[in-house]
Write a protein that binds this ligand. Structure first.
Ligand code: KE4
Length: 428
């Protein structure tokens, strides 16, 4: 693969955009090399500015579950554009997509649309604090809920249960209200609750994490969180920005038959346009302005174009009875093929998968939380990433990400991917 044009574009971009990108992970810092600039995409394929074609396993970090430039979404955006792009008023379409989302996802009565997953999670935390009148939250090391201050927190030093900022600009005042727990460790969560009696408003969790690679919830872990929250008057927030409308029509609540108190969405719900959302039973959502005292707002929230794209996407998912089974079968096929190829090459590895979320870790040990995810052989991952890129396979440029499978992938694509893994593995 030649990347001449991408390299030139990156030099230009770095002059006017910090790091040349509008989101850090795109800069390839975790894997080295120069990011490729994509010119177009269709179905399961990306084409870069040098004319190279790739089978895409990022799919815009999740939204393109039905493939790039999915016709019904494209048509919905074009048709809607003719009617004007934004009014700053209520529109009938917002009610239609809200009603559709509520019909697809269990345990939610009302939904508020925003413009990103970050905004959805940030707003969900404020709502939980306003509803419970308590200040602290528990999050899990390795789980990512966007870049608002309450979430950019790392484990406190030593035995301290309080977090400390993991980014300049986040104040210690903010950090003291965020407690860090270890995913898949219920005892740790119990200890934090006991150490902060009647102070915790919410536990926010990626129910199936995708930001430390894909992590499989241990049996009983999520239901254990539900029980602890119920017993301690804590709201359970499922951050389903990644899992929503991907692991099941109703997300993880449906997949594992568990009830969250607030659910956040992003990615798929916008069909590739900027949409986030948060939802809950009416008793909680009615605390939001203008009905209640918890303030939250947005100029482009519920934007007609974004709603049109999201509605077309959710409608297609809602009407495709075989979609999740196909995604399950395709991803299982890929998992088996990758496992065979890496085993043939005698490479220490473990593969985590839930539905169409899958990740490859170069470590013989099981990866069940952030600490074990961090033990992976990062140097080997870098070689694996670039080797696949050279073979026309585009996976996430970080060992701490999940591959996102699109239904647009054919079994020929999957076989080509497995063959590329076999070829690259042999060279590692
Ligand atoms: P956005 O603000 O990026 O739309 O959503 C934040 C977010 C919230 N919750 C979860 C579980 C998420 O995975 C994300 C964003 N995911 C990353 C990829 N792991 C987005 C990629 C990026 O930052 O560019």
């Amino acid at each position: 693969m030649l990347y001449q044009r991408s390299s030139q574009l990156f030099v230009e971009a770095e002059k006017v955009i910090p790091g040349g990108v509008n989101s850090p992970v795109r800069a390839f810092k975790a894997v080295g090399g120069t990011p490729i600039f994509i010119k177009s995409a269709k179905g399961a394929y990306l084409t870069d500015e040098d004319g190279n074609r790739y089978i895409d396993y990022i799919n815009s970090w999740g939204p393109m579950i039905l493939g790039h430039a999915y016709e019904p979404v494209v048509k919905a955006i074009i048709d809607r554009t003719q009617l004007g792009t934004s009014f700053g008023t209520p529109t009938a379409l917002e009610t239609e997509i809200a009603a559709l989302a509520i019909s697809m996802v269990p345990n939610i009565d009302k939904i508020r649309f925003v413009n990103s997953g970050t905004e959805a999670c940030m707003s969900a935390i404020r709502l939980a604090r306003g509803f419970t009148k308590k200040d602290k939250i528990i999050k899990f090391a390795g789980c990512y809920h966007g870049h608002s201050d309450s979430f950019l927190i790392q484990a406190g030093s030593g035995a301290s249960t309080f977090g400390t900022p993991n980014s300049p600009g986040v104040t210690s005042g903010t950090a003291k209200d965020t407690l860090l727990a270890c995913y898949n460790d219920l005892n740790n969560v119990s200890e934090l609750i006991a150490a902060n009696p009647n102070e915790i408003a919410a536990i926010i969790v990626e129910p199936v994490p995708g930001n430390m690679g894909c992590i499989v919830p241990k049996a009983g872990f999520l239901h254990g969180l539900r029980k602890l929250c119920t017993e301690n008057n804590i709201l359970l927030i499922f951050d389903e920005v990644m899992t929503g409308f991907r692991l099941a029509k109703g997300g993880v609540q449906e997949l594992y038959n568990i009830q969250a108190d607030i659910v956040t969405f992003g990615k798929v719900i916008g069909g590739g346009l900027p949409v986030g959302a948060f939802a809950a039973r009416a008793e909680i959502m009615n605390h939001l302005a203008p009905l209640g005292p918890v303030y939250q707002a947005g100029t482009l929230s519920g934007n007609p174009l974004a709603m049109a794209a999201g509605y077309a996407m959710l409608k297609a998912i809602n009407e495709d009875a075989g979609l999740f089974q196909r995604l399950e079968e395709k991803t299982a096929y890929l998992e088996n093929g990758i496992r065979e190829a890496l085993t043939e090459a005698n490479l220490d590895h473990t593969i985590n998968r839930v539905g169409s979320m899958i990740s490859v870790h170069f470590d013989a040990e099981q990866v069940t939380d952030f600490q074990s995810a961090a033990k992976g052989d990062n140097a080997r991952f870098k070689q694996f990433f670039h080797g696949l890129l050279q073979e026309g396979i585009y996976i996430a440029p970080s060992a701490y990400e999940t591959w996102f499978i699109t239904d647009a992938l054919t079994y020929e694509d999957l076989d080509a991917t497995i063959a590329a893994v076999r070829k690259v593995a042999a060279s590692l």
